[in-house]
Design a protein around this ligand. Structure first.
Ligand code: ZN
Length: 229
């Protein structure tokens, strides 16, 4: 029963809310870009373990969860793992493809072999050598990423800028390599080594939530800049 004439206003309010929800479902929510984050290693595969016991798989997951938090409002962020469990390389790519990702970023913190390593490294799939694929030929799993290599290179270039502004690193490298985790990925794909657990001085920094927040905001800035081009 309606009282004091407030009933129709309440109905109008409900209608406005339903309208907003409908618009969200059909518009903004449905068109957010899909960012796939891949925390490296997991489960029995710890990745690199630092001399004080910090494990790469834990750093990668903490960074991915922080990135998801930072990008969550503007992007639909999907993770290939959200807990400490093993996922095969091929499964990571299958997940990224099933999420229909607009881009794929694999996160690692093992870094260089040297105890003095103090650089950030970006890797993309190298252009395959040899004959170009004949027109019309259906490419296999290995070739599935090939058309996206130029965009992967563009993503790495855009990511390089904010990462280079992070204090405390000696610089950012970028190279093309045979990148297993990009094979078959139907989207731009980059692997980032955000630090070097092989370097004991860097190990403490990679355990710090404050440092990971700074690294995440640099990666997030690069991802957003790439998506807004
Ligand atoms: Zn790794």
């Amino acid at each position: 029963m309606l009282k004091n004439g407030r009933g129709p206003q309440a109905v109008a309010l409900v209608s406005a809310c339903v309208m907003v929800l409908m618009l969200a479902g059909a518009g903004y929510g449905a068109t957010r870009p899909v960012v796939v984050l891949d925390p490296g290693h997991g489960g029995e595969d710890a990745g690199v373990t630092g001399s004080y016991g910090t494990r790469e798989k834990d750093v990668a997951l903490a960074l991915a969860l922080e990135l998801k938090r930072q990008l969550g409002l503007s992007c639909d962020v999907r993770l290939t793992r959200e807990s400490d469990r093993g996922v095969s390389v091929m499964r990571r790519v299958e997940l990224a493809n099933s999420f229909h990702g607009d881009l794929f970023v694999s996160l690692h913190a093992g870094g260089g072999l040297s105890r003095d390593a103090n650089r950030i490294a970006l890797f993309v799939q190298r252009e395959p050598k040899g004959r170009a694929t004949a027109p019309g030929r259906v490419e296999g799993w290995d070739g599935g990423h090939r058309p996206h290599i130029p965009e992967s290179q563009a993503l790495a270039t855009v990511l390089q800028r904010p990462l280079a502004l992070l204090a405390g690193y000696d610089g950012v490298d970028y190279s093309g390599v045979p990148l297993g985790v990009a094979k078959g990925a139907g989207m731009p794909a980059v692997l980032i080594e955000v630090g070097n657990l092989t370097n004991p001085r860097e190990e403490g920094r990679l355990e710090s939530p404050e440092h990971l927040r700074r690294v995440a905001s640099a990666v997030a800035a690069g991802i957003e800049a790439f998506l807004q081009r």
